[in-house]
Design a protein around this ligand. Structure first.
Ligand SMILES: Cc1cc2nc3c(=O)[nH]c(=O)nc-3n(C[C@H](O)[C@H](O)[C@H](O)COP(=O)(O)OP(=O)(O)OC[C@H]3O[C@@H](n4cnc5c(N)ncnc54)[C@H](O)[C@@H]3O)c2cc1C
Length: 370
């Protein structure tokens, strides 16, 4: 059977688009099929952090992978802007996790020291007391103890990133079809046949990057990808004069001046609604950190569902039953976008697995079906 494309990517969120962008950049013919507007889309509801600090406690591979991603973000954003003219609002001044008491800061420092030992490096962080923190952010509240600062952290606009990836992918010759809900994937002798309504597509490879839908789709190519939704709620303020030059774990000020407040992690199933209780809790924490926010109007709220594996690490797996079918999923798709477009896309194209992803195979959960 004649294949229409080298690779079909199912899912046009930040994960699918990053992989697709990397593949088309390397010369593959690629088609992205993205579902309906009412699909669950973590990529449109996330917080926009490029977050390194603390990532990989218990799995040094994840720390390496995340650090590599953060280090690639500058070139990645520049490449996208050169191609599309879209500024993704990348800022990497380092990030802060504000601690409300000394015990919390001591516990975080110990964890980062242990992570540094596991990695064989002095982990790049500083513990700031309240005075040192105030020198960086004069608006910090008096009721916090200090912060952990990591110079590798940063943030971007997630929506601008999605737009840049979509435009860049198209500019490089990629085909992007939206409103296309894939139902069936068949593994034929020399190609995959993918059915979406009355449309059919054929490709040498299929990359499943359909977020929470990966679990159901992957079974069709002999993979079991155990992901579940974990909700996060966000509050967004009116524009405020710039006061926050560093992204914090739960509060950031965007390039447009609005303040985003987040940080909830809720195991509530497939429910992307919002609740007064959680909003009040995350707002109270933000006001404690930055008292000026008590006089600022909140103008939008939303809930969105993270795509979470059982151990929280990514899943990158090629099917043994249907070689050429891959599943790619993770809960930090913004942070990891440059490695998904780089070494991960190279692996899919060439079969050469990059360093530090060995422990992200799905069979660590003993779930691959044959
Ligand atoms: C509240 C919140 C805060 C977050 N904060 C951060 C952060 O600060 N930094 C960070 O790095 N990450 C963050 N994340 C995680 C990040 O958003 C996700 O890792 C990322 O968006 C996952 O992208 P995805 O492409 O895998 O999934 P999605 O964005 O869910 O995209 C999946 C796509 O697949 C499509 N699809 C589904 N089924 C089909 C089908 N059958 N056929 C065709 N298409 C289909 C859907 O239409 C959708 O567009 C956050 C997530 C949430 C929810």
């Amino acid at each position: 059977m004649q294949a229409d494309f080298d690779t079909l990517v199912v899912g046009g969120g930040v994960v699918g688009l990053s992989v697709a962008y990397g593949l088309v950049r390397a010369g593959d013919t690629v088609c992205v099929l993205d579902g309906q507007d009412d699909a669950l889309r973590a990529s449109r509801g996330n917080f926009g952090l490029i977050w390194v600090q603390g990532k990989g406690l218990g799995n040094p591979d994840y720390a390496h992978w995340t650090m590599q991603a953060a280090q690639r973000w500058g070139a990645f954003a520049a490449d996208l802007e050169a191609l599309t003219g879209v500024d993704v609002e990348l800022r990497q001044p380092g990030g802060l996790t504000v601690g409300v008491d000394d015990d919390a800061l001591t516990a975080s420092s110990r964890k980062l020291d242990a992570l540094g030992t596991a990695l064989g490096i002095a982990y790049p962080y500083e513990r700031l007391d309240l005075q040192a923190l105030r020198e960086r952010i004069p608006e910090i509240g008096p009721a916090v103890a200090g912060a952990i600062y990591c110079p590798l952290d940063g943030h971007v606009s997630p929506l601008r990133t999605l737009r840049a990836l979509t435009q860049g992918f198209r500019a490089l010759g990629g085909r992007h079809e939206s409103g296309v809900q894939v139902q069936q994937i068949e593994c034929l002798d020399s190609a995959f046949r993918v059915q979406a309504g009355d449309r059919r597509y054929h490709a040498r490879r299929v990359v499943l990057a359909a977020g929470l839908s990966n679990q159901a789709l992957a079974l069709q190519v002999g993979l079991d990808i155990p992901v579940k939704p974990i909700r996060g709620q966000l509050l967004v303020s009116e524009r405020v004069a710039p006061f926050l030059n560093y992204p914090c774990h739960d509060v950031r000020q965007t390039g447009e001046g609005v303040v985003q407040i987040g940080g909830s992690k809720e195991d509530v199933g497939v429910d992307d609604g919002t609740t007064i209780e959680v909003m009040a809790r995350i707002a109270a924490h933000a006001v404690r950190c930055f008292p000026l926010l008590s006089d600022v109007n909140m103008v939008r709220t939303w809930g969105a569902l993270r795509v979470m594996s059982p151990d929280g690490y990514p899943i990158y797996q090629e099917s043994a039953r249907c070689p050429g079918a891959f599943a790619v999923t993770c809960h930090s798709g913004i942070t990891l976008a440059p490695v998904h477009a780089g070494p991960l896309a190279d692996w899919i194209r060439t079969g050469v697995r990059p360093m530090h992803i060995e422990s992200f195979k799905a069979d660590r959960f003993h779930v691959q079906t044959h």
